[in-house]
Design a protein around this ligand. Structure first.
Ligand code: ADP
Length: 884
């Protein structure tokens, strides 16, 4: 038995030990016992007494095994205690099965460690595992807990007890002795025993604890201790100085608990150093590096971040780095960053980062999750790289690409891109889809599937050929049959198949651009057709038809022209038809033709054209302009109709008339002579008058008719004279007023129904052909009578036109003349209306002659008339003398 081997303590020694033990235990809350080397209890903490429910009055001096009806008399426990006594080494966490009267058997963990006491006896410190949990604990409790933790569980803990204000070593455990190099310290003051600490602040600390009663906790405090002759060692200590009190509560010593943490501190320092070195390396990397914790908070950013952004550590760490991102990118970046952390997956994001100059530049931020050696997630580590230039280039390319696609899409020219051998429709704009008569679903399909109707048409082969040869294909008005709205429709297109090459120059596709020219092709076809019709028609026409361009160059001659000239079409084009015009008419024609080309007016002319036998044939030549919608001349069509026969006939007629007139003139003149002779004889022979024979009226009638006949004959003669340019004027000076008066009197002589008034403002003399001017006056007055059957009045007026001219005006109130006939009535043989021929006799030559006569006198004929209102014919002549 252990206790039987122990020596008995002297009473004094016993008292000292018990006092010592009570000092140690009084402030300690843990269940704790102090045993002497006989394994008898010399001290117990309050918690032991309450926890094990023992009588505190009976406890001191009692063997541990006898306590509480030998509650702790357990073989394991005995063994532990013996081992500690024998080896002087602590035993920790020994589990004992202890029986409690009410709670039953409980497992209890026990720590036992040796203690050095003031008397030369060994003591044992026995602690039991806490019986209740610690919730809210005070600072003091922490201190106590630490002490006991160390006392109970840590062999390396160095413990000593110091007594009195001078801090005399009273007790020290093996580790404490080891710490001081096993010096002889018990009974000595700290100053004496460990002189090297004098200037290291420990004495002062002990003094302070002793004075104030406040425990002191030192953390990793450096101490320099002597370890040999002139040999010192720096150690780092975690320690607690705890004041101890006597039974009166007065401080009488200090309990020191020291743990040598030199190794840890050095290891940490080494780690810190290596970490520092690592940071230096990281800082030297030419990229921004960041490290986050598990909560996505940035805990480290290398130097490059700060120099790039100009942020400082406080601003950047946590989530502060986001402040340097572009406001437009911030939200997305934050989201991606947090998402990456939440999912513990690699994160990558491109955003704009503000540099210290305040410019935003594109950066690429990439992070990967970080795991420790055990595979626990620790956060992320990542890099930020400036990719501004690349990104800008990329943007430019993308923008270009986008713009190109946009242009293609918007383009009105139908455009499509095919790729691969099966002509996959990569892109087709709206115009192309409309041209195909399909919808957008064809995009992405091979061309032969999208447009199956191309089977049998040459286009797929053409496309493949472009792909193989790289040669562009130009389609010009190519005919394409497409299925549009369920119907096969034929269209004509101008298009290109252009190879598209990649960077290496390899052909990867074809660009197809097409323009629908169906309308123009069809109209061209129609034009060709109508041109053909025109030629056919022109050939069938009896006249000679030719066509010239807008500038007057000949481009076409019909068959009749070729027959007429005996030339081929090209020769005739070279020579030009003008060459065939008779020299007498050529100049006039060319002049008129030039006018037409300038004005675009039509031309009509009679001219002679030379036939292949060299004979000139009369033609009526008409050139008419074919005009565009805007009025400009497109071309000219000239038709030459042969009028040679008509001309000859007319000539023969005129010759016949001339001859007849001549033949008639002699007998009529002699008849007129005899009639007038007879009339004068009757005047004298009154008996004849009395005989009641109607001789006189008959003769007067004959005379009147003969006068008309004479006039008619002379008119017809004048007509042919004019044709032959042989009308000669016999000018003489005479009084025009008198001529007018005489003429009216003559007419009045034969005309009884109409009242012809004469009014004259002036008396004037003229130099003119008296008979011919008389002829004009007769024509005007006779017409006034003839064409006013419903009215009796004819007014003749002589007025002064201007200083040297006189006007003779004949006004009637008859049928009048429509404006459209103003000019025509002065032409040969022209008479208004066919029916009127029956009503009003005449040949239509009077006004023609009148006009010719007045023009040859350098005078002028004027006409004012309205249909149904009457007419006013006047002529104006130059005067030689005018009197009023
Ligand atoms: P004619 O009288 O013999 O037919 P003219 O040369 O004298 O021939 O006249 C030509 C035409 O002019 C006539 O046929 C007639 O239709 C028209 N005309 C001439 N004078 C008048 C007039 N005073 N009133 C109405 N019509 C007239």
């Amino acid at each position: 038995m252990v206790e039987s081997n122990a020596d008995k303590l002297s009473r004094k020694e016993e008292i000292t030990l018990v006092k010592y033990a009570s000092q140690l235990t009084q402030t300690i809350r843990e269940p704790l016992l102090i045993l002497d080397d006989n394994l008898c209890i010399i001290g117990a903490t309050a918690n032991f007494i309450s926890g094990f429910k023992v009588d505190d009055t009976l406890i001191n001096g009692i063997s541990i095994f006898k306590l509480n009806k030998e509650q702790l008399n357990l073989p394991d426990f005995r063994e532990v205690l013996k081992k500690v006594l024998d080896t002087e080494q602590a035993v920790n966490k020994k589990t004992l099965s202890v029986k409690f009267p009410q709670k039953g058997r409980k497992e209890i963990s026990v720590n036992v460690s040796p203690l050095w006491s003031p008397v030369d006896r060994k003591l044992l410190l026995v602690s039991f595992k806490k019986l209740k949990g610690i919730n809210k604990i005070s600072k003091q409790e922490i201190v106590f807990n630490r002490i006991f933790e160390n006392i109970l569980s840590k062999a390396p803990a160095a413990i000593c007890a110091l007594r009195g204000p001078k801090h005399v070593f009273e007790l020290a455990n093996e580790n404490y002795m080891k710490l001081l190099g096993h010096r002889d310290i018990i009974g000595k003051t700290v100053k004496e025993a460990v002189p090297e600490v004098n200037n290291q602040g420990f004495i002062e600390l002990l003094d302070k604890v002793y004075e104030t009663g406040e425990p002191h906790i030192g953390n990793e405090t450096q101490i320099r201790l002597k370890v040999g002759e002139n040999e010192f060692k720096n150690s780092f200590l975690n320690f607690v100085y705890q004041p101890t009190r006597n039974h009166k509560g007065k401080i009488d010593g200090i309990f020191a608990h020291v743990i040598d943490v030199t190794e840890q501190v050095e290891a940490r320092k080494a780690l810190e150093n290596s970490e520092q070195r690592l940071r230096e390396v990281i800082d030297a990397v030419p990229a921004i590096i960041w490290i986050t914790n598990t909560k996505a908070q940035t805990v480290y950013l290398n130097k490059n971040w700060y120099s790039y952004t100009g942020q400082d550590r406080d601003a950047a760490e946590g989530m502060g780095w986001l402040d340097a991102t572009h406001p437009e990118d911030r939200k997305q970046t934050e989201f991606a960053f947090l998402e990456g952390h939440n999912q513990k997956k690699a994160y990558s994001m491109s955003f704009r980062l503000r540099n210290k100059k305040g410019e935003y530049r594109w950066v690429l931020d990439k992070g990967s999750p970080k795991f420790d050696a055990n595979g626990n997630y620790e956060g992320m580590i990542g890099t930020v790289v400036d990719v501004h230039e690349e990104r800008n280039k990329e943007n430019l390319v993308r923008e270009k690409d986008h713009r190109l696609q946009g242009i293609v899409k918007e383009a009105t020219v139908a455009t499509a891109i095919y790729t691969g051998r099966d002509m996959h429709i990569e892109l087709a704009n709206d115009a192309m889809i409309e041209l195909w008569g399909k919808d957008k679903s064809v995009i992405g399909t091979p061309l032969h599937e999208a447009l199956p109707e191309l089977d049998g048409q040459p286009f797929l082969d053409l496309l493949r050929n472009v792909l193989d040869t790289g040669e562009i294909y130009w389609g010009k008005e190519d005919k394409v049959d497409l299925m549009i709205d369920g119907k096969m429709q034929t269209g004509y297109y101008n298009f290109t198949y252009k190879p598209l090459r990649d960077k290496k120059g390899d052909i990867y596709g074809i660009l197809n651009m097409a323009i629908d020219v169906t309308d123009s092709v069809t109209s061209k076809m129609l034009l060709k057709e109508s041109e053909f019709h025109f030629r056919q028609m022109a050939d069938l026409m009896p006249g000679m038809v030719s066509k010239t361009n807008e500038k007057g160059s000949d481009i076409y001659f019909n068959k009749n022209w070729l027959d007429f000239t005996g030339k081929g079409i090209t020769d005739l084009k070279d020579i030009g038809w003008v060459h065939y015009i008779h020299p007498d008419e050529k100049d006039n024609f060319l002049k008129a033709w030039e006018d037409c080309l300038g004005t675009g007016c039509n031309l009509e002319m009679q001219l002679r054209l030379k036939n292949k036998e060299g004979k000139y044939i009369w033609h009526l030549s008409r050139c008419e302009a074919v005009k565009e919608d805007d009025g400009s001349v497109k071309m000219w069509i000239a038709v030459n109709t042969e009028i040679d026969k008509i001309k000859e006939e007319e000539k023969r007629k005129e010759e016949f008339l001339k001859m007849v007139s001549h033949e008639l003139k002699t007998p009529v003149t002699s008849i007129k002579g005899y009639v007038q002779l007879l009339l004068s004889l009757i005047k004298k022979q009154k008996e004849l008058e009395a005989s009641k024979l109607p001789l006189k009226p008959s003769l007067e009638r004959i005379n009147h008719q003969v006068t008309r006949l004479t006039r008619l004959i002379s008119e017809i003669l004048d007509l042919s004279r004019i044709r032959e340019n042989q009308l000669e004027l016999k000018k003489e000076g005479f009084n025009l007023n008198e001529l007018v008066k005489e003429t009216i009197q003559d007419i009045n002589y034969t005309n009884t129904q109409h009242k012809i008034s004469l009014e004259s403002d002036v008396q004037c003399h003229v130099l003119a052909d008296r008979d011919r001017i008389g002829q004009v006056i007769i024509n005007f007055v006779m017409n006034a009578i003839k064409y006013s059957p419903g009215s009796e009045d004819v007014n003749v007026k002589i007025t002064q036109e201007d200083e040297h001219r006189v006007r003779v005006c004949v006004k009637d109130f008859g049928i009048g003349i429509g404006q459209e006939n103003y000019k025509k009535i002065f032409k040969r043989f022209y008479r208004v209306g066919v029916k009127s021929e029956e009503t009003y006799s005449g040949f239509g030559i009077g006004l023609y002659l009148a006009n010719e006569i007045i023009e040859r006198h350098n005078g002028e004929i004027q006409l004012k008339s309205e249909l149904g209102e009457g007419s006013e014919f006047s002529f104006i002549l130059n005067t030689t003398q005018v009197t009023s």
